[in-house]
Design a protein around this ligand. Structure first.
Ligand code: SF4
Length: 252
């Protein structure tokens, strides 16, 4: 359970660790680099490096936090990984249900499994927000259809890293869209017109739009420190949240 620099959440909760790459968005996975570093440092929970592992000693961490908190679940893994056991997933869901004062953001690239898990379970706790990553047209956009058909209190898209123009999106039943460019030495550039296309579709459909960052490549297509490239789009910080969070929580 950790405070995080990720602007669209408050803290991270990682009841599993490690993952396997499944699509283009995974090419420069931050979690892989971090997991190997944490393994080398001997940090508990990362004994297996980036190999998918359950971390049951972290399962009950949310009970220790009394203050209502927004958690990004599995920032270092994917909750619907092929090796995740249904029983363990159910234990995670039970912790979420037993801590209704918290909000849990669950983001996956394995939308099909998320859909079939909740379809079978029937109940999605009210304090869960479900999201899918949409990095490109071919692998990312089909995930949105699985998401929009799940009755979650908030459904969101993490369009990061945005790797190409996504064209016209079907944003029905989507409440929140986050967009960001890629970071790191091997980052792929993001074109400003791709971002504006998504922003305009969000505005037209009354959907909260959050522009996270340019990443390693600036709006001017120059490679530099991501802090220098910043998080402004046409001179503005666009950090909208879905309505529910503005009413319940204060996020900085
Ligand atoms: S799904 Fe996420 S955590 Fe897993 S390899 Fe891809 S980017 Fe990394």
């Amino acid at each position: 359970m950790k405070k995080t620099k990720i602007e669209w959440t408050e803290a991270t909760w990682n009841p599993t660790a490690g993952c396997t790459k499944v699509s283009s968005g995974c090419a420069n996975c931050y979690a892989e680099v971090m997991a190997k570093r944490l393994q080398a440092m001997g940090v508990r929970g990362y004994e297996n490096g980036f190999t998918f592992s359950l971390v049951p000693e972290r399962l009950n961490d949310p009970f220790k936090i009394k203050k209502p908190t927004v958690f990004f679940v599995n920032s270092m893994s994917d909750l619907f990984h092929e090796r995740m056991e249904d029983d363990y997933l159910e234990q995670i869901l039970q912790v979420i249900e037993a801590t209704p004062h918290h909000t849990y953001q669950i983001l996956t690239k394995r939308a099909e499994r998320m859909y079939s898990f909740f379809h079978k379970r029937k109940v999605i706790p009210q304090n869960i927000w479900l999201g899918v990553t949409v990095e490109n047209r071919m692998q990312g956009i089909p995930r949105i259809d699985y998401l929009r058909n799940l009755p979650s209190s908030i459904r969101f898209l993490s369009i990061e890293p945005l790797l190409e123009d996504l064209g016209e999106l079907d944003l029905s039943n989507i409440d929140w869209v986050i967009v960001g460019g890629e970071s790191g030495n091997k980052a792929r550039p993001m074109d400003k017109s791709w971002v504006l296309n998504i922003k305009n579709q969000c505005l037209n459909n009354n959907i909260a739009f959050f522009f996270k960052q340019w990443g390693t490549w600036g709006a001017d297509k120059v490679k530099r420190n991501k802090k220098l490239n910043g998080k402004e789009l046409d001179g503005k910080v666009l950090h909208a949240f879905p309505k529910i969070i503005e009413e319940q929580f204060e996020l900085s």
